[in-house]
Design a protein around this ligand. Structure first.
Ligand code: SF4
Ligand code: MG
Length: 276
């Protein structure tokens, strides 16, 4: 199958800036769907609002471009109504970690069978580069021009603690690894979450001495470390570097939408017996 057959040709060229990482991440999502053997006629892809959320507009399949922060709320409704469908959420770091943070926590807590890909560029790109909850410490943004002071926020640890049963992280530099991890997440039965660092040279890069997209890709390469390697490193060696790879994987946890459907079916059966 041609990867381009997954794209709506009439909507191309895309609106992303030259050198933006989001096209790379979308390409990885498409290749992962192919690799995982996803049936696109039984799949819905949902996004929120932001540069990354424009991704669904380019997919030749059933997609839903929703409101800011609410992609997982819409996706939850779809999955509960139709547990037989594969439901995928593509959303940005501002969308998932700020206004949509509670939806993320509770989708993970329920172990709802949704695969969520977080396009993490560390800022609000579409609205000109404001600080997001995932801006790395010390970096400059439109609203933190002197470098921001807040501590780093590890969204993968949050979703794992909340109850997600597949958690991974990669970058737009590590393309093959990103495809593999998303494919594994798609094959997982339960809530799966993949954070992918994606470069925004236009707002993040320009303010942090990396206006050249290649410099941003090198930064993604050099500021991350593979999970296997990290296990052999001291905490001081890991400081300032994010761990990538498969971070958590648990089987044997009930997937929520099927439990919910089983309860509905049981109550319907009891109701019809009562009526007899
Ligand atoms: Fe990509 Fe940044 Fe441009 Fe948005 S503003 S399209 S995230 S490079
Ligand atoms: Mg963002």
């Amino acid at each position: 199958m041609q990867t381009t057959s997954w794209l709506r040709a009439e909507h191309l060229p895309h609106i992303w800036c030259s050198g933006c990482g989001h096209g790379t991440v979308l390409g990885a999502v498409v290749r992962a769907m192919e690799k995982a053997g996803i049936d696109r006629d039984r799949t819905v892809v949902v996004s929120g609002i932001g540069c990354s959320s424009r991704a669904v507009g380019y997919l030749e399949m059933d997609t839903l471009h929703t409101t800011h922060g609410r992609a997982l709320a819409f996706a939850t409704g779809i999955k509960l109504a139709r547990p037989d469908l594969k439901v995928i959420v593509l959303a940005g770091d501002g969308d998932l970690a700020a206004i949509g943070g509670n939806h993320l926590i509770h989708a993970a807590r329920r172990n709802l069978g949704i695969t969520t890909v977080c396009f993490n560029n560390g800022i609000y790109g579409m609205t000109s580069g404001q600080l997001s909850p995932l801006t790395p410490g010390g970096y400059r943004t439109t609203t933190s021009p002197h470098g921001h002071l807040e501590r780093d926020f590890d969204l993968c640890r949050l979703v794992q603690a909340a109850g997600a049963t597949y958690v991974a992280r990669s970058t737009a530099y590590h393309v093959q690894q990103t495809i593999l991890l998303i494919a594994r997440a798609l094959a997982h039965d339960g809530f799966s979450f993949i954070e992918v660092f994606s470069q925004c040279p236009t707002y993040f890069g320009r303010r942090n001495g990396m206006a050249d997209p290649v410099a941003m890709l090198e930064w993604l390469r050099d500021s991350t470390v593979q999970a296997g390697q990290a296990a052999r490193m001291a905490p001081e060696e890991l400081r300032g570097r994010a761990i990538i790879g498969e971070l958590y994987h648990a089987e044997d946890v009930p997937e929520y939408s099927r439990s919910y459907r089983a309860l509905v079916d049981r109550l319907a059966g009891e109701g019809s017996r009562d009526a007899d």
